[in-house]
Design a protein around this ligand. Structure first.
Ligand SMILES: NC(=O)c1ccc[n+]([C@@H]2O[C@H](COP(=O)([O-])OP(=O)(O)OC[C@H]3O[C@@H](n4cnc5c(N)ncnc54)[C@H](O)[C@@H]3O)[C@@H](O)[C@H]2O)c1
Length: 459
């Protein structure tokens, strides 16, 4: 077995998953080549600048300089690599199916450059539909055939469960690591790659301390098919849990219960658990929506109707509208009003805005004739770049977004929104209305300050 220090790992796709994984593996002593076809990303990373907002990442970029290489080329750097990890995007097609063109594009390049005498283990870390490990193997073999060479190949599935906003934490201290592999050699190599994490033998990076009482993570070894299904099942379950509490929030609103109290009351039951029971504007992000759609698509191909999963998606769609309805109730007339939006990212501590509730809610408000001012601590630039068509007044502070507004709408539970000087904000607003799409504020306190406050499933 090779020394853990000496594993040579290539990670293709240097986004949220690829960059985090690459930096963590380099920190653990492996030699890592991060590949991205976006030259702007590579340029920045080479200069030690993180291309995504994730706590501790920039420190790690600096610390791992001697073990990490950034490049645009798979072909130039593949020879001598022990493990190639595919971590490119797998977006949704319009019919809900997964667009595997990026994954297959990488597989082709691997096939072009792979040394048949010493092939690396190929690992799918991207979230991919059932059968993709086999599909990647086929694509690589097709390329090898064109070159007139043959060799045995191992393609393993190693789904990623990190949460944006806590990506490094989750990589160093996961709940479990899932490896789906048919061949012992692939499994052993991945076990070796993850050994410092599985055994927690590393000194924690300063920005990512080991949580107190952290237990060693389980290594769950499965077939590639089970590993692929585990990832989709985990995301569908979590999405369903949020949609469930959002559905109950609808009754809480009608009967005058407080959904936060209800969530606490059920979450303390160990069988249920407290996570993902926060009612609000619904789930978004780069994973839940596309993964839920993809699972439904795969199920439909096998003539399975996943009714609960389908309902979770539907409840989530409705939830976006709930926020607007709350605003209509409070404002009566939306046209001509000014609405201050707090939070653009799909959740706090990330600049990721993919499928963020803000996109739908702001779009709807603009269609209804409102003027929208928005503030987000880190996601403004990404939002501005991706939605140039939305006429939004971007603000540098929450106070600026609230000033002269008829209502403030909270769409992301950024920590700083807990501590805003609401008295001052209220004094600068035209109407003291707060719609709390994340149920994060103390409604009673705001009412004492003269606000009309409305949460989701809370009076
Ligand atoms: N973001 C998350 O929280 C998260 C969590 C778990 C799993 N995942 C899954 O991991 C995968 C990656 O997600 P992400 O959020 O990191 O994506 P991302 O969009 O942030 O990054 C993907 C990167 O891949 C690069 N890329 C695409 N094709 C390439 C090619 N042929 N060669 C080199 N680079 C290429 C893109 O330029 C981009 O920088 C997806 O399948 C996603 O579902 C994401």
């Amino acid at each position: 077995m090779k020394d853990a220090e000496k594993l040579k790992i290539m990670i293709v796709g240097t986004g949220y998953v690829g960059l985090t994984t690459g930096m963590a593996l380099a920190y653990l002593g492996h030699r890592v080549t991060c590949v991205d076809k976006d030259t702007a990303i590579i340029d920045k990373l080479e200069r030690g600048i993180s291309t995504i907002y994730e706590q501790g990442l920039e420190d790690l970029l600096k610390e791992t300089r001697s073990r990490a290489t950034f490049t645009g080329s798979i072909v130039d750097h593949l020879p001598g690599t022990d493990i190639v990890i595919i971590a490119v995007g797998t977006p949704s097609k319009s019919n809900g199916d997964t667009d595997l063109s990026y994954v297959e594009g990488v597989a082709k390049e691997i096939g072009l450059a792979l040394d048949p005498e010493d092939p690396p283990v190929v690992v799918n870390k991207s979230t991919v539909p059932i059968g993709t490990a086999r599909r990647v193997e086929t694509v690589i073999k097709e390329e090898l055939e064109k070159r007139g060479v043959r060799c045995a190949l191992s393609v393993a599935s190693n789904p990623e469960f990190l949460r944006e906003g806590a990506a490094l934490h989750d990589t160093f201290y996961p709940d479990r690591i899932v490896v789906g592999a048919e061949e012992m050699q692939a499994l052993n190599l991945l076990r070796q790659m993850y050994a410092p994490i599985l055994e927690q033998t590393f000194n924690p990076p300063q920005a990512v301390p080991r949580p107190e009482g952290y237990q060693l993570p389980a290594l769950v070894t499965t077939s590639p098919t089970s590993a692929e299904l585990i990832k989709y099942t985990a995301n569908a379950f979590l999405a369903m849990k949020i949609s469930f509490i959002n559905e109950i929030a609808g009754i809480a609103d009608k009967v005058g219960a407080d959904i936060n109290e209800v969530a606490k009351g059920i979450g303390l039951d160990k069988r249920i658990g407290p996570g993902f029971l926060q009612a609000g504007a619904g789930w978004g992000g780069s994973c839940f929506p596309k993964d839920v759609r993809s699972l439904l698509f795969t199920a439909s191909q096998y003539n399975c109707d996943l009714e609960l999963v389908r309902a979770a998606l539907e409840v989530n769609r409705r939830q976006r509208k709930k926020v607007i309805e709350k605003l209509q109730e409070a404002l009566k007339v939306v046209r001509g009003s000014t609405v201050g939006i707090l939070g653009l990212s799909f959740k706090p501590n990330t600049d990721d805005i993919r499928e963020s509730p803000a996109i739908d809610v702001i779009g709807e408000l603009l269609d209804m004739g409102a003027r929208v001012k928005a503030y987000d601590p880190v996601a403004e630039e990404k939002y501005r770049q991706n939605y140039p068509g939305q006429e939004v007044v971007y603000c540098d502070t929450a106070g600026e977004a609230a000033r002269e507004s008829d209502a403030v709408l909270i769409l992301t539970d950024w920590d700083e929104f807990y501590h805003l000087p609401w008295k001052e904000l209220g004094e600068s607003m035209k109407n003291k209305i707060v719609i709390d799409g994340r149920n994060m504020l103390n409604g009673r306190e705001l009412k004492t300050l003269g606000f009309s406050y409305s949460g989701i499933g809370r009076q």
